[in-house]
Design a protein. Structure first.
Length: 310
């Protein structure tokens, strides 16, 4: 681990330094300024009930993933790895007052669950971004460490996303606002993706690749599964679609990346300020092939953190 950190720290730090000057997480909502109180309903937090800068002002890394248990396990893992005082096993869920999401703060790291699919992660991200804004956080890197299904890649691989694409392989997210459709970009920070890939090369038996991640609205028909309650296509048709996806650069499929990339990018959690990545271990979409998430992703997260904390 030591040599790995020494070798890979320089470009990462140089990149981070260049973020200076435009570093705060921002919201793009003129109405917020005139509100007496901002209640983050689904996180059970608020600007009047909680001192958000004191609670969260030092956050530098936000890791999000679908399941509450997994994000608790990740927080416990981070607690141990960072050598923090206290009992990591009894780590406290900051959002315990609601059963929508869970949230753990471990040093400079926030670990949050987002549930499944675009609507669920979108609600969480609205409130998380406002939380980071109210807390005056700066230089925040957000990483989704969720699961995904691999496409034509070795089982157990970690895909570091360069671009999130929709079901038509386009790098965009269509947000319906009232009765308008607004198209938002889903570009992610490619430099950090390369940096993470380089780090992963130094970890034995850790297959990692950079690729596009396709985000669908549905787990069954949208991802070509033949075993849902509804299915109107043949096995051949499914394979033809998945081959086209592969040829378009897609290496894994999940259900959150496009809105994650779009929202984080618009609010300063992307590009020159920080990086938004989506990566997860292979879980074959046909049929599911569960692998423990942390085994696949913890070395990368650790490398990011250790480099930052140097
Ligand atoms: C991956 O796994 C979940 C579906 O099982 C979904 O949240 C996703 O993106």
């Amino acid at each position: 681990m030591t040599s790995l950190l020494a070798d890979s720290s320089k470009p990462f730090m140089a990149e981070r330094k260049s973020y200076a000057g435009n570093r705060f997480v921002h919201v793009k909502n003129p109405h917020l300024d005139s509100m007496d109180e901002d209640i983050l309903y689904h996180l059970d937090l608020g600007t009047k009930t909680h001192n958000l800068p004191a609670m969260f002002g030092d956050i530098k890394f936000v890791c999000v993933g679908g399941s509450p248990n997994r994000m608790k396990a990740f927080a416990q893992f981070m607690h141990k790895e960072l050598g923090l005082k206290g009992d990591g096993e009894n780590i406290k869920d900051i959002c315990a007052g609601t059963d929508r999401y869970c949230m753990y703060k471990v040093g400079l790291v926030l670990s949050i669950s987002h549930g499944m699919g675009i609507p669920s992660i979108s609600i969480m991200l609205h409130e998380l971004i406002k939380l980071l804004h109210h807390a005056k956080c700066c230089d925040v890197t957000i990483i989704r460490i969720g699961t995904s299904g691999g496409l034509g890649i070795e089982p157990g691989s970690v895909v570091v996303t360069d671009t999130a694409v929709d079901s038509f392989f386009k790098p965009q997210f269509e947000q319906v606002i009232l009765d308008n459709v607004v198209v938002r970009s889903t570009e992610l920070d490619k430099d950090l993706a390369e940096e993470l890939l380089n780090c992963s090369k130094e970890i034995p038996d850790f297959p990692t690749l950079i690729g596009h991640t396709m985000c669908t609205y549905d787990f069954y028909e949208g991802q070509g599964r033949l075993d849902g309650a509804l299915c109107s296509f043949s096995h051949e048709k499914k394979l033809e679609y998945l081959k086209r996806a592969y040829n378009a650069g897609v290496r894994n499929i999940e259900m959150e990346s496009t809105v994650f990339a779009a929202m984080c990018g618009l609010c300063g959690l992307k590009g020159k300020i920080s990086s938004s990545l989506v990566f997860g271990p292979f879980r074959s979409p046909h049929p599911p092939f569960p692998l423990p998430l942390l085994e696949g992703t913890k070395p990368i997260i650790m490398v990011c953190l250790a480099i930052y904390l140097q």
